[in-house]
Design a protein around this ligand. Structure first.
Ligand code: ADP
Ligand code: MG
Length: 137
């Protein structure tokens, strides 16, 4: 799917959120794409779609950020960019998988061994004309 503007990416994230069905199993999304592709922008739209009022910002420095929604649910957003060894954050991620309703991971390479196999992967490619190609893998 082709996404032309930042606002379209936000709207795509919002719509994606509306189609999620929460059950006992956590929803795990792995976002794949270069720096600046729009992974965090997509997450911002998704969070908005879940009713999260707090603006989503990149968790690059803190590695993870959590947001509450629907009274009793939690979204945790991870970014393992340039972190070849996630160390203690690996346990943090495992706890999130046990306790959270939705987990979004950017740069998941160093933790892919502990992410459930049935996670959804979304790839965002930056085109030369600045549009984005989004593929749900
Ligand atoms: P990532 O998390 O993949 O590194 P970000 O979402 O933080 O990327 O940054 C994407 C940047 O590109 C933002 O500054 C955003 O405004 C800009 N941008 C321009 N066009 C688009 C688009 N079509 N989709 C997503 N982001 C876009
Ligand atoms: Mg990002």
């Amino acid at each position: 799917m082709k996404i032309h503007t930042e606002q379209e990416m936000i709207n795509f994230g919002k719509n994606f959120a509306k189609n999620l069905n929460f059950s006992n199993e956590p929803i795990i999304l792995e976002l794949i794409g270069d720096v600046g592709a729009g992974k965090t922008t997509f997450t911002r739209g998704l969070a908005e779609g879940l009713g999260i009022k707090e603006p989503v910002t990149s968790p690059s420095f803190t590695i993870s950020k959590s947001y509450a929604f629907d009274d009793n649910k939690t979204l945790t957003h991870y970014d393992f960019y340039r972190l070849p060894d996630p160390g203690l954050m690996q346990e943090d991620l495992e706890d999130s998988i046990k306790n959270n309703h939705i987990i979004i991971v950017e740069w998941a390479d160093s933790v892919s061994n502990i992410l459930p196999k049935n996670r959804k992967k979304i790839e965002i490619k930056l085109n030369d004309d600045n549009s984005r190609e989004v593929t749900i893998l």
